[in-house]
Design a binder for this molecule. Structure first.
Ligand code: UDP
Ligand code: MG
Length: 310
């Protein structure tokens, strides 16, 4: 029988832990003739009794595993810990708040059995999202699409199934500043998407504030690309070119053939200053290339990922 690990990051979810467990048990029963399961709860430094609730379950049900963080490290680290510690032939990451419909597990598993190595839950727009979150998300994905080397699917969530080979490849990634789903996308492999409609959160409140979301967006952009820094370089090239051309015209007009343009001294000075600023910006752009190299050496990602060797 194949083993499937369910990875659930929890932060202040004391009320949701028993609920999500009950839902899981229901679905396990339906699939029990073909699959065995383990549930890995990660308590991400909750300040309520999430840990107690998980321990209660773990003490009566050997299927439940418990990873207890010493403090809040964030969802990305919690899911990473789950992936690092799972034993399954595949794992499914799912939120504790029941926003990710657990009824879809059979669908995820079916796609996996049909050869998909990553099954990505993609969220249809939800009524409960604020205008700001919707718009922010849209802009974020526009930017990411522009700058990212790997194809990014808009509205893709952390609700995902990973095959064992993807789990092993993921576990080889050493970087510290991480966005789990970005890294999974980077890994490649055969991917399939599964559309779902997100439920309303059952209990408690979403802990991702607008600020935290912006921070996450910023980390993703920075870790995906050096473009923001390179833009300075491109601007520099443009400025040097424009100011240079103008400078030549000024020089010719003043000292060689009089075109009667009569540039003032201030204009000439301004143009020289502009030219020099362009030079500085080009240097920044060049620095970006060097930093880019240092960055990719420092995060020390494997330079390629192999599916299998024969
Ligand atoms: N979560 C976590 N650590 C955090 C914040 C959230 O482990 O610092 C968990 C949370 O318990 C939930 C999931 O990540 O299971 C998604 O969080 P939330 O519902 O707050 O985010 P949203 O639904 O807005 O994406
Ligand atoms: Mg949620």
């Amino acid at each position: 029988m194949k083993l499937i690990s369910i990875i659930i990051p929890t932060y202040n979810e004391e009320k949701n832990v028993p609920l999500v467990y009950a839902e899981l048990k229901k679905i396990f029963q339906k699939l029990s003739d073909r699959y065995a399961f383990e549930i890995i709860f990660i308590n991400d430094g909750s300040v309520d009794d999430t840990a107690g609730e998980i321990e209660k379950l773990a003490s009566v049900d050997p299927v439940v595993k418990f990873i207890d963080f010493s403090r809040n490290f964030g969802k990305e680290m919690a899911t990473t810990a789950g992936i690092n510690n799972c034993n399954g032939d595949a794992c499914i990451m799912v939120d504790a708040d029941l926003q990710h419909p657990i009824e879809l597990f059979p669908e995820f598993i079916a796609r996996w059995e049909n050869g998909a190595e990553v099954v990505i839950g993609v969220r249809k727009a939800s009524k409960s999202d604020s205008m700001c979150k919707k718009l922010g998300g849209r802009i974020f994905y526009k930017i990411i699409k522009l700058i990212s080397d790997v194809p990014v699917i808009p509205q893709a969530t952390d609700y995902r199934l990973l095959d064992r080979i993807v789990i092993d490849a993921f576990n080889d990634l050493p970087e510290h500043n991480r966005m789990t789903r970005g890294l999974i996308d980077w890994l490649g492999f055969k991917r399939e998407v599964l559309l779902f409609e997100a439920n309303e959160r059952v209990e408690g409140e979403a802990s991702y504030s607008t600020f935290k979301l912006c921070q996450l967006a910023f980390t993703s952009i920075i870790s995906l690309s050096m473009l923001p820094l390179r833009i300075a370089g491109y601007m520099g090239i443009f400025i040097v070119f424009a100011a240079g051309t103008l400078g030549v015209i000024m020089f010719v007009d003043r000292y060689i053939v009089d075109w009667g343009m009569n540039f003032s001294g201030t204009a000439i000075l301004a143009n020289i200053t502009l030219f020099l600023i362009g030079g500085v910006l080009i240097s920044i752009g060049l620095l970006a290339f060097y930093i880019g190299h240092i960055h990719s050496e420092a995060i020390n990602r494997p330079i390629y990922i192999v599916r299998n060797k024969k």
